[in-house]
Design a protein around this ligand. Structure first.
Ligand code: GTP
Ligand code: MG
Ligand code: ZN
Length: 286
């Protein structure tokens, strides 16, 4: 059997990248029976047929699985926003970060695009909010800025671009891989039609061992999927979580709380406030 990775799925057929090139594969009926859906990003074992097509025999264990877009084994998420057009929404940015953290993605990068439209002050503000927590890259596809820095961070990884509609995810990918030719759109027209530009899920090969996945933007994100360990998904909280007096500390009213102790030091007031808001939202839902 040959090992490979699903890079694209179209109408029940899967394109599997193997050391001998890309093989078009169907799947064993048993998968459908057991409700197992092969997913772009999956490592699979295939058997080759005489006509050079293949059959997927086995799906290897996934290290993670995103739902929107449906893709597995992601190494890196580039959470993409613009400061203007559309305006940045920090609450939504934090939700995307929490989503990525909760999916077990090892590398999370913030990308602020359309810097050609933003003023220096706003750029500095965003930078100071996040630079101690995540790698943050400021880009412009129009001025070809920040692209090399972004490429370095993506090297040897499978990277998904996520973020609201119209921030320039597909444009960034087109700049990184001129052969990708992803459809991009004019934001005002898109909002009028209430449509997104990006639909298909595909691993695009950027260079050796490096792949990119585009995703359709969404403009709101509920965190219903979280249970009660929200604090664990605030990256800068993590190293202090064991130091609270109460093991189930929610970091709100409890005494001797190591998180509250860090506010204004290694945890910013703003991130802490958004933590409390999101926690309330979760408590109200449950
Ligand atoms: N000024 C400026 N405009 C940009 C930049 N990058 C992209 N755009 C424009 O922003 C619009 C939206 O870009 P897309 O790449 O389609 O955005 P997207 O994030 O892929 O949107 P969805 O696919 O709907 O999620 C297009 O008109 C682009 O030309 C940039 O760096 N500066
Ligand atoms: Mg797009
Ligand atoms: Zn605490």
């Amino acid at each position: 059997m040959t090992k490979g990775r699903i890079i694209k799925g179209v109408g029940g057929l899967y394109f599997v990248d193997t050391s001998n090139g890309i093989v078009e594969c169907s799947i064993r009926g048993i998968f459908r029976k057991n409700k197992i859906t092969p997913t772009v990003g999956d490592y699979v074992k295939i058997s080759l047929l005489e006509d050079n097509t293949g059959i997927i025999e086995e799906i290897l264990q996934r290290k993670n699985l995103l739902i929107r877009p449906r893709v597995s084994n992601i190494d890196c998420a580039v959470i993409t926003f613009s400061i203007v057009s559309p305006n940045i929404n920090i609450d939504l940015l934090d939700r995307f970060l929490i989503l990525a953290e909760s999916q077990n993605i090892e590398n999370i990068i913030i990308c602020i695009n359309k810097c050609d439209l933003a003023n220096e002050n706003d750029i500095e503000n965003i930078k100071s909010l996040y630079e101690n927590i995540y790698p943050i890259v400021f880009t412009s596809t129009k001025q070809n800025k920040g692209i090399e820095e972004l490429k370095k961070l993506m090297n040897n990884k499978v990277t998904v671009f996520a973020g609201p509609s119209g921030v320039g995810k597909s444009s960034l990918i087109n700049t990184i891989l001129p052969n990708a030719l992803l459809q991009t759109g004019d934001i005002s027209k898109k909002i009028e039609r209430g449509k997104h530009t990006t639909r298909q899920v595909e691993l695009l090969e950027a260079w050796e061992n490096t792949y990119i996945v585009d995703s359709p933007g969404f403009t709101s994100l509920t965190i219903d999927f979280l249970n009660d360990n929200l604090d664990n998904y605030f990256k800068e909280f993590r190293e202090y979580l064991g130091d609270c007096k109460f093991y189930d500390c929610k970091h709100i009213h409890e005494p001797s709380c190591a998180i509250k102790e860090q506010i204004g030091k290694n945890i910013s007031e703003e991130r802490y406030t958004r933590y409390t808001k999101l926690l309330n939202e979760l408590l109200e839902r449950n």
